[in-house]
Write a protein that binds this ligand. Structure first.
Ligand SMILES: [Zn+2]
Length: 253
């Protein structure tokens, strides 16, 4: 075999190896850049809108007319947003959880900045819950009330209020209900924005184990974007200033 031929073979082998390395690199790039389709954002244009101001240490209060199991569920579900990865990125955390007496006339009061109040009060939307968020001039959440229908039973072996605790707070991070009417018909990614588990056809740990990987990924994208856009678009004023979100329970399997 001539030296020239050997050289050609070596070149061909090296070229083949290079091709393989490049294709592996490309494939791994494609895989790692895969992102969750769901949940989607309430405001998909400016995803910071309808989410807490960064580094807000939220003081949570719970209406003392909730029964003990409901209050405990709401607290446990809400506290799941103190996920270390999220808190280290956003600085948004939830603490307090005192049970407070709310006078009838105070149910429509705007809470002071940095406060979240769980109210045992009819959302008056035909659903089990509603989030009424106060937003600042750039649409970021500064305070919120969450109303839960007093007659909503703590179903799914007493885990439904854990679900509500996580699900409703997700709305204060600009996450939208994952239901067929919001275009959430495809994909199987678990997200707390889907309906609750009934604890019969699906495990109730769905209700109690907090935000799912895709929920966390979507919120991280709000506070710690991987690739900041070079020219951020102007932030439109939020419309409406109060975020009202349906919280119908949907069977999820
Ligand atoms: Zn909802």
């Amino acid at each position: 075999m001539s030296a020239v031929l050997m050289n050609r073979i070596a070149q061909a082998l090296l070229f083949g190896a290079w091709l393989i390395i490049i294709s592996i690199e490309f494939m791994s790039t494609v895989v790692s850049s895969q992102s969750c389709n769901n949940p989607t954002y309430s405001n998909p244009v400016t995803i910071t809108v309808n989410s807490w101001v960064p580094r807000t240490q939220v003081t949570v209060q719970i209406d003392d007319t909730f029964s003990g199991d409901k209050a405990a569920g709401l607290q446990a579900g809400n506290e799941k947003w103190n996920n270390p990865a999220l808190v280290s990125c956003s600085g948004v955390s939830f603490a307090g959880f005192q049970q407070v007496a709310i006078a009838p006339e105070d149910y429509e009061e705007t809470p002071p900045d940095g406060r979240l109040v769980w109210q045992n009060d009819d959302p008056e939307n035909g659903k089990n819950g509603i989030v009424l968020a106060e937003v600042n001039s750039v649409g970021r959440v500064v305070a919120a009330r969450i109303k839960i229908l007093p007659t909503a039973v703590n179903i799914a072996q007493g885990t439904y209020y854990n679900y509500l605790g996580t699900h409703e707070v997700a709305h204060t991070f600009n996450l939208r209900d994952c239901v067929s009417t919001s275009g959430c018909t495809t994909g199987t990614e678990p997200t707390i924005m889907r309906g609750h588990s009934d604890g019969i056809t699906s495990s109730n740990t769905f209700n109690t184990d907090g935000p799912k990987d895709c929920d966390i990924q979507k919120v991280l994208a709000i506070y710690c974007p991987q690739t900041p856009s070079p020219t951020p678009p102007p932030t439109p004023p939020p419309t409406p200033p109060q975020t009202e979100t349906d919280c119908q329970s949907w069977g999820w399997e």
